[in-house]
Design a protein around this ligand. Structure first.
Ligand code: NIG
Ligand code: FE
Length: 392
């Protein structure tokens, strides 16, 4: 058995409040945390800390659960910086650039795709992310979707089959045939490597009937449901997700009262992706409205080469506070425990006995600094399963 003691923690965000405690962050002050075999074994006052094989002195800084980035598209090739520049000069975002990335991804070798995922995963780790979900969706052939998921599965257990990202050009005039292929041979090839299924349910991508059919096929082979919904305009995606018991509906930028009510009465998490609104210069979603209605909110990066090419959860957290009207505490919870809820994971997103020892030591005395000091590299050290990952 190996043990590590993280000692001298000024502020520990546990996301595990005591019974009756009001603050969902469950903050403990002046404590130490013992890791045994990659799992949190003990939390208590620094002066009572047990001996361990190794000691890490947090120096009075804040420690929080590693970020859980529950929405990322990392398996791709190519670059769409020119599309970003055109948007900043006034062009709208339509999702049309997805097909550009599909072309580049199909032409790339396995090793090139693997190198890109590895590079982005490493960027994420340096910025405090310890759990990431990775989608396919830039292959859109049976072979290219299967290899995207096979490569994604080398990096995470939370892999998502997004064969229904857009209808590829070769099926443009026969979308029903494409949906049949997604539900048939593509799903069969993808499912062994996937935990989740997702559909881009939006005007210009998949309508509600196609989305329902694809998600139901995925459920029938044991995949959990997530939906890209209500990103570019109002629509039925959020309510479809709730109807199917989705773990999460993502984007939620354009919501009606009926959408908010449906979410509030459900177990479905609303995952907000403010990096996408930033990079497409679009109106931000209103997190305050969702939180006040009692909806569980998560924050994620949506890291992809088109609508949101950031791997930084601290950046998204700062945007959420400034632009989505979340408090710093709500944003920290949404980026950790909220992401875990969106992935239906109970082993991450919190620091309590039995949880995975995935944690971040900040170069700051409090979690407030993540939003208070935007753009500043505040991640001093990251432990994954109790193992130090990097010192940026
Ligand atoms: O989540 N909305 C659909 N998919 C991605 C964008 C993909 C792209 O533009 O390449 C998203 O924003
Ligand atoms: Fe996305």
């Amino acid at each position: 058995m190996s043990s590590v003691l993280v000692d001298n923690i000024g502020e520990l965000v546990t996301n595990s409040p005591w019974e009756g405690e009001r603050d969902p962050l469950g903050i403990r002050r002046n404590v130490a945390l013992l890791v045994e075999d990659g799992v949190v074994a003990w939390i208590g006052p620094t002066r009572d800390a047990p001996a361990a094989d190794r000691r890490i002195d947090a120096g009075g800084a804040a420690v929080l659960p590693g970020f859980v980035d529950s929405h990322a598209h990392l398996v791709f090739a190519g670059d769409r910086a020119a599309e970003f520049a055109a948007r900043m000069a006034g062009e709208p975002y339509t999702g049309g650039g997805i097909r550009t990335t599909v072309g580049a991804t199909r032409a790339a070798s396995d090793d090139e795709l693997r190198a890109t995922v590895g590079r982005l995963r490493a960027e994420m780790t340096r910025q405090g992310t310890t759990t990431v979900e990775i989608k396919s969706g830039y292959g859109l052939t049976v072979a290219d979707e299967a290899r995207s998921l096979r490569i994604a599965a080398e990096f995470t257990a939370d892999t998502t089959f997004l064969g229904a990202h857009v209808v590829p050009a070769e099926y443009a005039d026969r979308p029903d045939d494409y949906v049949g292929m997604v539900c048939g041979p593509m799903l069969a090839a993808a499912a062994p490597y996937a935990r989740w299924i997702d559909v881009f349910c939006e005007r210009g991508a998949f309508d509600v009937d196609h989305a329902r059919a694809i998600l139901a096929c995925g459920q029938a082979v044991g995949l959990g449901v997530r939906v890209h919904a209500n990103q570019l305009g109002p629509g039925p995606g959020v309510r479809l997700g709730v109807e199917l018991g989705a773990a999460s509906v993502d984007h939620c930028t354009h919501l009606t009262d009926a959408d908010v009510d449906a979410l509030a009465g459900s177990e479905t998490v609303a995952t907000l992706l403010p990096g996408a609104e930033f990079s497409t210069r679009s109106p931000y979603p209103d997190a305050r409205r969702l939180l006040d209605a009692g909806v569980t909110v998560a924050l994620a990066t949506d890291c992809n080469p088109g609508s949101s090419y950031t791997s930084s959860m601290p950046f998204c957290l700062a945007l959420a506070v400034r632009e989505l009207r979340m408090t710093p505490a709500e944003a920290v919870w949404a980026a950790t425990a909220g992401g875990a809820a969106a992935l239906r994971r109970t082993d991450v997103g919190r620091l309590a006995r039995g949880a995975r020892a995935d944690l971040v030591i900040l170069d700051a005395p409090s979690h407030l600094h993540l939003a208070y000091r935007p753009g500043v590299p505040l991640i001093r050290q990251v432990l994954q399963n109790g193992v130090p990952q990097c010192r940026p």
